[in-house]
Design a binder for this molecule. Structure first.
Ligand SMILES: C[S@@+](CC[C@H](N)C(=O)[O-])C[C@H]1O[C@@H](n2cnc3c(N)ncnc32)[C@H](O)[C@@H]1O
Length: 300
């Protein structure tokens, strides 16, 4: 059984059924995510882009190599590469299609060496020759980790970096609940399609028989955990079987599969997150229109 099938089997066996968000990004999922980034309700990408375009020139120039976690199509990365002119750029992403788009878009700005891998495995594959590396983690993708995993993950990132390496990392900040919910439940239905595509992917790749029309996209906000959760809610009692995961999964009407979390941050907690992972904040910029922080950390 491959890793995808194992993860699906494990996730759907939990009392609160869940699926890892990394599986949202097959070819169609990556295209749908790109569409999300231009939705009027999803101000996050535009805020990130404004900050990068305004402040990339303020970053130190000593980085010969830039690596990026979850680069996607790399649209926002252009501003950083134009400002720093690194020799090499290593986008690290699970999605082959995203990496292909990213490589095509940024080819003129550095030698692009795409790494198709999960974050840490990908970072292990970035060659080091003693020069400082800048690691990008844009778009508040760090918000997809739950609080405990986030700390472990950032410490593992730090342990792979050398003193003097740096990380530019984006954090989407808490804002009015309605605004956050609209960003993950747009009236055009693009985010719903992005979420429902996960069931389609399971059907295509693992021989599943999910009826995608019998599930509805749902975005919820948990104020205590400060996170938006995306769920797929079953519209009726039903059974889905997934051949390659050897699973027959029963759903009650109203029961959900939790597919993604997006944590929202308070500006003052970023300092503690950085320190606990072994980084020092050297600079931080916040967008005025859509509260979002771009934080430049140095491996201490
Ligand atoms: C939310 S999108 C962000 C894309 C882009 N950085 C942006 O800010 O618009 C997350 C990206 O990370 C990739 N991704 C998700 N989980 C991953 C993982 N565990 N390892 C590597 N890439 C991952 C996805 O394929 C997707 O391209």
């Amino acid at each position: 059984m491959n890793e995808f099938a194992c993860d699906v089997r494990n996730g759907l066996s939990k009392p609160q059924k869940e699926l890892p968000s990394k599986y949202l990004y097959d070819e169609l999922g990556s295209a749908l995510f790109d569409a999300i980034t231009v939705l009027p309700e999803y101000g996050l990408t535009r805020a990130d882009q404004r900050l990068l375009e305004t402040h990339a020139a303020d970053l130190p120039r000593e980085f010969c190599a830039v690596a990026e976690f979850g680069s996607g199509s790399g649209r926002k990365t252009r501003a950083v590469l134009e400002a720093l002119s690194p020799q090499r750029y290593y986008p690290i992403d699970l999605s082959a299609r995203a990496l292909e788009n990213c490589s095509n878009a940024l080819a003129g700005l550095a030698r692009v060496e795409p790494v198709e891998a999960t974050y840490l495995n990908g970072l292990d594959r970035v060659p080091r020759n003693g020069e400082p590396v800048l690691l990008l983690f844009l778009g508040s993708t760090i918000g997809n980790f739950d609080a405990r995993c986030r700390g472990d993950f950032l410490r593992q990132v730090r342990s792979r970096l050398r003193t003097g390496d740096a990380m530019l990392i984006g954090f989407d900040l808490v804002k009015p609940v309605e605004q956050m919910l609209e960003a993950y439940d747009d009236p055009t239905g693009v985010t719903a399609s992005f979420n429902l595509n996960l069931l389609g992917r399971i059907n295509r790749e693992l021989g599943g028989d999910f009826d995608q029309r019998a599930f509805a996209h749902e975005a919820r906000y948990d104020p205590e955990a400060r996170r938006i959760e995306m769920h797929l809610r079953s519209l009726r009692d039903q059974v889905a079987s997934i051949r390659d995961a050897a699973v027959e999964c029963r759903f009650r009407a109203g029961e959900s599969i939790w597919t993604e979390s997006s944590h929202k941050f308070q500006p003052e907690e970023i300092c503690e997150i950085a320190r606990a992972a072994g980084f020092e904040i050297e600079a931080q910029w916040v967008d005025e229109q859509w509260p979002f922080a771009e934080s430049f950390w140095r491996a201490a």
